[in-house]
Design a binder for this molecule. Sequence first.
Ligand code: ATP
Length: 720
Amino acid sequence: MRIVRYLKNSKIAVALIVCLLIVQAFTDLALPNYTSQIVDVGIQQSGVEHAATEEMTARTHDLVAMMLPEGDEKTFEAAYDETDQGTYKLNAQGEREQAELDRMVSLPLVAIHYSHQIPDLDLDQALQAYQAGAVQKQQILDMLDKAKEQMGDMGDSIVDQQAIAAARAEYEQLGYNLSDMQMRYLVRIGLTMLGLAALGMAVAILVGFIASRTAAKVGATLRAKLFRQVVSFSDAEVQSFSAASLITRGTNDIQLVQMVTVMLLRMVLYAPILAIGGIIMVSRTNLAMSWIIVLAVVVIGVLIVVLMKVAMPKFKIMQKLIDRVNLVSREILTGLPVIRAFDRQPFEEQRFDVASTRLMKTQLFTNRVMTFMMPLMMLIMNGVSVLIVWVGGSYIDNGTIQTGDLIAFITYAMVIIMGFLMIGMISIMLPRADVAAQRVDEVLSKQPTICDPAPGKARDAELAGRTGGARIVFDDVSFKYGDSAECVLENLDFACEPGQTTAIIGSTGSGKSTVVKLIERFYDVTCGSITVDGVDVRDVSQEALRAQLGYVPQKAFLFSGTIQSNIAYSDEGMPEERVELAAQVAQAADFIASKAEGLDAEVSQGGTNVSGGQRQRLAIARALATEARAYLFDDSFSALDYKTDAALRQELHTRLGGKTVVIVAQRISTILHADKIVVLDDGRIVGQGTHDELMEGCEEYREIAMSQLSAEELNGGDAA
Ligand SMILES: Nc1ncnc2c1ncn2[C@@H]1O[C@H](COP(=O)(O)OP(=O)(O)OP(=O)(O)O)[C@@H](O)[C@H]1O
């Protein structure tokens, strides 16, 4: 069970909860016993608990002593002390042995109490005869045994009940106020019950508090781990899960795990304690009716199994359906302008509706099944109560049990059934949470395809501290994405020299962006190698490699914050001058100056409140603000107008003197003056050299150039 594993680091909290739950079970289980006492002793017996009264008259004392076997007589004599008034009071030793005394004195007391109803029996005479030695103890004991035998099976319980009546009569004879006694008893038991209830409540609150804290900690730890793991993923892993699913796993799934962890700590641990405690208490009350509880538990078991069989498959697909709704919503929200432009709202609404309705139907189904559960459970509980009253009624009738015992039995039966109910509810929730936990584990156990070399083997030191440009070399590089059969790049051989601009050009889908992504090591090459200053990119840590590179992605992405925080993204403490210089080189200074807040102007999430060109310029400034040795521009000038494009290239040329520049471009004018142009066609290099060389020797390049440039430009003029 995965969820239990998550509690590995919270052993102390779990142990504490178990201890507290035992206390809570003790209070919960003790209360019905007190209710039973209130009914049996407090009400029916007027608060008289024991047959062995606290005080008795000398006559009763002597008569009881006469009717006890010798061993018991000694104990009895030792338990009572004679008072100045000639009565006998229970002493401390007697209080300790009260249960034993009750057993002894019951029959003699009943005999004394009812003696006047038996003709020809004069106990006083018998006592005199006994004291005079005319009658032997054994004769009296035989007489008592015979009387008891005549009462049959019910003898014991009848004697117990009548003994209490006799004790009451004894108290009355001594002038005790019985209603005061009753009130004192009721108040004492009532206060004990209140105290127990308060303790139970305090413990329950404490358990809830610790359980919630522990579960919240489990949730937070899982979220942190998941986030760290997802951040370490390459594009391939993110794609394999899909961003929407990763979000559901990080939010909904972990939330479910957290919720069930609370239930696990509060209910799953409590249920067996309660059920076992209840069974022990019931066995003390009345075993004859236990079959009712067994029957109820079996019925509940069957009910839960049926419900699980019906609802479980639906529970299992629920998480996938939530994923789907997330995916569709994300796509629709991101593509809203396109949807509007093509007037596809009805279609998208329909798509969303399908995903949402499937989720709704599944949830409705499971909720409906669950709705059945509560009334059915109540039916079972009420049925059990009725059965107990019915069966118990006859037991009360023939004196086997008392009314209070019956009430206590009903309550214990409910406690046991509740325990099993809780186990049932959890057994429905747990598999669902287990699916969620499994989904989280899938992410956590996914091995990132891009890994750093072993700590001792990393060649970071060879790159650290170098200045000037970096020499990037592609040596017979081939690459294919994931499991796809075809190579996107094949046998690439070229070098990007320091202090030079290397341009990569080619038709759409020819693999230009992939080249840059391979330098950044977002993916690993399938064959061949890429080296930076002679060091294979796989032999250095990703951090060290990327510190050498300034990257501007094809799709400029900005974070919510300010212009300043976006440009200084690589280093929060970046000096203002560097931010300004980067903005200036990236041709963003003018538009920043036009903003009232300047560098502190707000940027919304994804940079949606700036234009495409401005976004590109800020993304360029962000890369230029780093201290990289090679700058990779992946089609980063496409949204710039020709003038800005030219000015930017001019600035790059002068400011980035010795650095390496790699420019992926669609527009030939952007790369016209590059030191080397690599022409890609369908993942293969079809030519490399300067513009002039390629115009002469590369058919594909000439075609692109002729389609984009005027005759004048082709003859040496500048497109800008
Ligand atoms: N994540 C990916 N998974 C699978 N295939 C991909 C992935 N990214 C790109 N491709 C495929 O690899 C090929 C090259 O893509 P790439 O983005 O490198 O081309 P490009 O030359 O930069 O195109 P463009 O000029 O349109 O940006 C394309 O055929 C594309 O379908």
